[in-house]
Design a protein around this ligand. Structure first.
Ligand code: OOG
Ligand code: MG
Length: 253
């Protein structure tokens, strides 16, 4: 099996916004091979001039695991081309079947080169913010195995980060919601994220070290959705709101 060929197929599906068949329909591959495919597919983006800007975790909430039928934490890579500003328009022709998720983002203060503990977070993390993640599986019907979704960079396609806020002592018991125009589509407590959203940072540090992905000051971490993702609708303004942290928006056009 040629991992680079699969990486190129997935990259092309993303770049042309055309869905492709699930890899696992025809090939058996391991989780390690899936992460290698992901790494290789990002090389294609870097060759086109995109820059690595951070990490995202996926399936850190039970709601997301249940929605997608996948039950392990995964991680993917974010680039500058995926980064939209709050209030921006989202050009839908660039996506296949995009869904939105309400998330919490973190900003790194210091290079992360080892696994860190909860107590060390204030030393390594500068700020947090409400965020929207737009996921867009490159697979037909948004269906995949664990290995498929890892190879596909965990469906990463766009994200918005609201205004950075100083780290509160706790990120527990905060309501997180996703709305289209004024209508709330999903909401849950921040506890849905690993029982404590700060644990996403410890997990990201562990995974970055394990997979030799550098993770540096100024880069971003998305902690993973607190709720199921919702299909985006043209013209309906997306708002993600996290109690006491604020909100951010995106307008699908
Ligand atoms: C995979 C990405 C999951 C999250 O926040 O849990 C994710 C998918 O559902 O397509 O981003
Ligand atoms: Mg997500």
């Amino acid at each position: 099996m040629n991992l680079n060929e699969i990486a190129k197929t997935l990259d092309k599906a993303a770049a042309t916004a055309k869905a492709t068949a699930q890899i696992s329909n025809t090939k058996n591959f391991t989780e390690d091979e899936a992460y290698e495919i992901q790494r290789l597919s990002l090389e294609e983006r870097y060759t086109r001039g995109e820059q690595f800007t951070g990490l995202k975790l996926g399936f850190t909430s039970f709601a997301k695991m249940e929605q997608m039928g996948v039950h392990d934490m995964i991680w993917g890579r974010l680039t500058d081309a995926m980064h939209y500003k709050s209030g921006d328009e989202l050009p839908l022709e660039k996506f296949i079947h995009p869904r939105a998720e309400p998330e919490i983002a973190f900003l790194l203060k210091k290079d992360l080169d080892r696994e860190i503990s909860l107590e060390e977070i204030p030393e390594f993390i500068h700020a947090c913010a409400p965020a929207i993640e737009v996921i867009d599986s490159r697979y037909e019907n948004f269906k995949f195995s664990l290995e498929d979704v890892i190879a596909d960079n965990c469906s990463s396609s766009a994200f918005v980060v609201g205004a950075w806020q100083p780290l509160p002592a706790s990120l527990n018991n905060l309501e997180i919601s996703l709305s289209f125009d004024k209508e709330v589509q999903q909401s849950d407590s921040s506890n849905a994220i690993l029982d404590n959203p700060y644990l996403s940072i410890c997990n990201a540090s562990r995974l970055a070290v394990k997979y030799k992905q550098s993770f540096k000051a100024g880069e971003i971490l998305l902690a993973g959705a607190a709720t199921p993702a919702v299909f985006i609708e043209k013209g309906k303004k997306i708002t993600a709101k996290v109690a006491s942290l604020g909100s951010c928006t995106l307008l699908p056009k």
